[in-house]
Design a protein around this ligand. Structure first.
Ligand code: WAQ
Ligand code: MG
Length: 259
């Protein structure tokens, strides 16, 4: 039996009561691994670099196999950047190459850089104008109900590329689900963990473009933007991102290229 397990944690009370977002996690796990995963999430919320959570919500739902969609893992490209400015320039170029208009890219950066504190989800922006399309304000859209199909092989393949740790493990799966959404043109992300400065641009066209530095160390504001085709149906898009169960199939035979 499979379960979707998701966690969100905050400090100063629940998110909806104004608490500060600390961390979140989403997994699909076998019943035999449920307790282990739930414990790991509790541990994560109470010992996070963004602070100790005093509110933790964990939701566990059984998954029915007939509702699962399978999508491919995005290939990873390693981009080069020596400082924040270079990293952001690379990200801007990659977003435009993936089909996001310049004005929307600029507004996208502005949206993240204007945040006083991180959101718990992502902003949905029109890829041609940069206008916000969702109405979820500081909550944003939280992508859930996804995981990698074969975790052990995946983690080994990542490790062989020097990609270790939860951040990349989870971000690549999330980016693969997001890229599988028909209405998504590209994604921009960097972490809200103060000491994790790596980010990426994701798209179905060009995969996961990993950018080594997107913000200064110590900065606890990060974010995610999904750039959408202009006429995207909001209800359908949000439903896919938040509700559709997706398992990502690893592609061990893929070559990983340095750029
Ligand atoms: N759905 C939508 N947005 C999310 C989700 C989610 N499930 N999880 C996080 N976010 C948003 C939210 O606004 C966070 O503040 C922001 O993204 C950053 O989240 O080495 O760690 O979990 O290749 O801190 C990318 C690079 C790491 C990994 C990203 O994001 C690598 C990361 P974090
Ligand atoms: Mg984080």
């Amino acid at each position: 039996m499979l379960y979707s397990v998701r966690m969100r944690s905050a400090q100063g009370g629940a998110h909806e009561k104004g608490g500060k977002h600390i961390s979140g996690a989403e997994r699909i796990v076998a019943d035999t691994a449920l307790d282990k995963n739930v414990l790991a999430m509790v541990h994560r919320a109470t010992s996070h670099s963004r602070g100790r959570a005093d509110f933790i919500s964990i939701k566990i739902e059984e998954i029915h196999r007939e509702n699962i969609q399978y999508h491919p893992l995005l290939p990873v490209t390693f981009c080069e950047a020596g400082n924040v400015q270079e990293g952001r320039r690379v990200a801007q170029e990659e977003l435009m190459r993936a089909g996001v208009d310049k004005i929307a890219v600029e507004k996208g950066f502005h949206h993240i850089l204007a945040l006083k504190d991180s959101m718990r989800g992502a902003m949905l922006l029109d890829a041609t104008t940069g206008e916000r399309m969702d109405t979820l304000e500081s909550r944003g859209v939280r992508v859930t109900k996804m995981d990698i199909e074969a975790a052990e092989t995946y983690e080994k393949t990542l490790a062989a590329q020097g990609l270790v740790g939860e951040h990349v493990r989870e971000a690549l799966v999330l980016a693969s689900k997001v890229a599988s959404c028909q209405n998504v043109v590209a994604e921009l992300c960097w972490s809200d963990d103060p000491y994790y400065v790596t980010g990426y641009v994701g798209s179905k066209k060009f995969g996961y473009q990993r950018i080594p530095i997107m913000k200064e160390r110590g900065n606890a504001v990060g974010g995610r933007i999904f750039f959408l085709k202009p006429d995207s149906d909001m209800e359908e898009t949000i439903k896919y991102l938040e509700e559709q169960v997706v398992l990502i199939k690893g592609q061990e035979e893929r070559t990983y290229v340095a750029k």
